[in-house]
Design a protein around this ligand. Structure first.
Ligand code: SF4
Length: 373
């Protein structure tokens, strides 16, 4: 049940948690940062066509490796500056969005589609994206077009940022214990554009399928550690490889890893920890991000059996041979210590802005997917 009283108590809780200043107007500086990053995004897109090695490094060896750490500690910061979100909100900001409110079943379908896109796009990196600037550019243009279209049809962030975006399931997976919350400079006033707003209520977004049935975030939690581990066992395509065999391996191995990981989750939960699901969720979420940096950080500086795949700069001649061990020990310790303990109190990624005068009062039944106004 999501009513005015819930809205008011949520606002009050926000004030308590974040202080009185939390509900003041967001700084105009956010707008400048968003504009600069949108322009930078345009520059990266151009580089992918005309300076592909620069563009590929910018996307796959700078932005993407930094993203999981942002999701863990500052998911709200990322949500405020993501250039794709800025693009998705252009129709709303420029005043020509149809501003439809997202129905529960549409939200559910978009979240499943976003998860499916994630599980297809990541393996596609080894096949073509990591080695082809135009292919990565085409992916970004396609994503931006979909984001713009959804922003044209649906209100605020419901269509893309809390719907189809293939990155938002990973934000929900890792962003369980943010270090800080931020104001929400994107939504002028909250109109309850969706029942499952990732920014204002990530816990509710995680249960967007209701109490029964498999949720996208549950499936991702169970399968992602195996998926990430297996993905790092596949090299990028090289001309001497057989194209078909490599493509089958690039998709098959991560998806097999996903399946094994999910089965392990189910087995442990049903046999060993039937009443400790929360513990298992934290263990699997932590395992996924630890596994990612276990491989990714050493690879970035050249310590990799598949170099130059995923290498930003070759520092193997400068750094001592124990560098990968130090990197792994440091990142694993920090991430385990931060993500594994239970949350002291739920913290939103962003403070919900004040409700609009005409915000929709919703009675939501998420398990059945109905929403009544
Ligand atoms: S804060 Fe309100 S208007 Fe903005 S995305 Fe969340 S539900 Fe929609």
């Amino acid at each position: 049940m999501f009513t005015d009283s819930r809205a008011r108590s949520e606002e009050a809780a926000s004030s308590e948690v974040f202080g009185a200043s939390a509900l003041s107007a967001p700084s105009p500086a956010w707008g400048w940062v968003q504009a600069v990053l949108l322009a930078l995004g345009g520059g990266v897109l151009a580089a992918l066509f005309w300076l592909p090695s620069v563009g590929l490094h910018a996307v796959w060896n700078v932005l993407i490796p930094a993203a999981p750490l942002l999701f863990v500690f500052f998911p709200g910061l990322w949500r405020n500056i993501c250039p794709m979100a800025t693009f998705a909100l252009l129709p709303r900001k420029l005043g020509f969005s149809s501003r439809r409110r997202m129905a529960a079943w549409t939200n559910r379908a978009l979240r499943w589609a976003g998860l499916a896109a994630l599980l297809l796009i990541v393996p596609l990196r080894h096949v073509v994206l990591d080695i082809s600037g135009p292919a990565t550019a085409l992916l970004l243009v396609t994503a931006a077009s979909l984001a713009f279209l959804l922003g044209y049809v649906f209100d605020w962030k419901s269509g893309w940022c809390s719907g189809l975006c293939p990155v938002q399931p990973v934000e929900l997976l890792y962003g369980r214990r943010p270090l800080a919350s931020f104001q929400n400079p994107r939504c002028a006033a909250c109109v309850n554009c969706t029942q499952a707003c990732n920014d204002s209520d990530p816990e509710r977004a995680r249960s967007a399928m209701g109490k029964s049935g498999m949720r996208p975030i549950n499936l991702l939690t169970a399968g992602f550690p195996g998926f990430v581990w297996a993905w790092f066992q596949v090299p990028n395509f090289r001309p001497e490889y057989d194209r078909l065999a490599h493509t089958l391996m690039a998709f098959g191995l991560p998806l097999l890893g996903f399946l094994i990981s999910a089965l392990l989750f189910i087995l442990v939960r049903s046999r060993l920890l039937p009443s400790h699901r929360d513990v298992l969720v934290r263990v699997f979420a932590t395992a996924a991000v630890v596994t990612y940096y276990w491989y990714r950080l050493p690879f970035l500086v050249g310590f990799s059996p598949v170099a130059p795949d995923g290498m930003l700069v070759d520092l193997t001649q400068l750094l001592p041979v124990w560098t990968p061990f130090a990197m792994r020990a440091l990142t694993s310790t920090v991430l385990v210590m931060w993500l594994l303990p239970p949350s002291r109190s739920p913290r939103h990624w962003l403070v919900r802005p004040p409700y609009s005068q005409d915000h929709v009062v919703v009675t939501a039944d998420l398990s059945s997917g109905r929403a009544r106004r």
